[in-house]
Design a binder for this molecule. Structure first.
Ligand SMILES: Nc1ncnc2c1ncn2[C@@H]1O[C@H](COP(=O)(O)OP(=O)(O)O)[C@@H](O)[C@H]1O
Ligand SMILES: [Mg+2]
Length: 155
């Protein structure tokens, strides 16, 4: 007699056939912006999405800069501030979503910077180069995400 057993998959069993997601935890220091840019570019090259590298790198740069600068300003204690998380994913074949997650619940907004202002253009840049962007509120902070699509595949 044969006994049929249904075993639970081990946590290491691959169960999904969709696109992989890249995620990385980074310290809230200025050097992390460069690392975020490199990580996003390397991920997109690995996926063969060369057309999106420049825009995705720019988005990562602005979101990472904000995650570091504004969280550092609002949470001066480095113990409380923790790290921020970078995430790069492919919701579909031709779409890339770049997100940062930080511990501040303050929501980013597009501000109108004056001609002479030295800051205040980051979210305007994200708004301009992405096809859409948004917020993912969390009890401990928020995610900020922006998506860009390969030319000819805008949603
Ligand atoms: N990750 C963030 N956490 C908290 N506030 C943010 C964040 N990103 C952006 N903001 C808010 O949105 C505003 C606009 O951001 P941005 O256009 O990048 O300009 P800047 O960073 O130069 O002030 C910021 O001044 C800040 O008030
Ligand atoms: Mg900024």
């Amino acid at each position: 007699m044969t006994t049929m057993m249904i075993s639970k998959p081990s946590p290491l069993t691959p169960t999904c056939t969709g696109h992989p997601t890249y995620t990385q935890s980074l310290p809230c220091t200025e050097e992390a912006v460069g690392i975020a840019r490199l990580s996003v570019a390397a991920t997109l090259h690995a996926w063969g999405l060369e057309d999106l590298v420049d825009d995705a790198r720019l988005i990562a740069s602005e979101l990472a800069t904000n995650a570091i600068r504004h969280v550092t300003r609002r949470i001066p204690d480095p113990e409380q501030r923790g790290c921020f998380r970078l995430k790069v994913e492919r919701p579909s074949d031709h779409l890339v979503r770049i997100s940062t997650f930080d511990r501040s619940r303050t929501i980013p907004r597009v501000i109108e910077a004056s001609e002479t202002a030295e800051s205040g253009r980051g979210m305007a840049v994200v708004d301009a180069v992405s096809c859409r962007w948004g917020i993912d509120p969390k009890p401990w902070g928020k995610g900020v995400w922006a998506e860009c699509a390969t030319p000819g595949d805008l949603p």
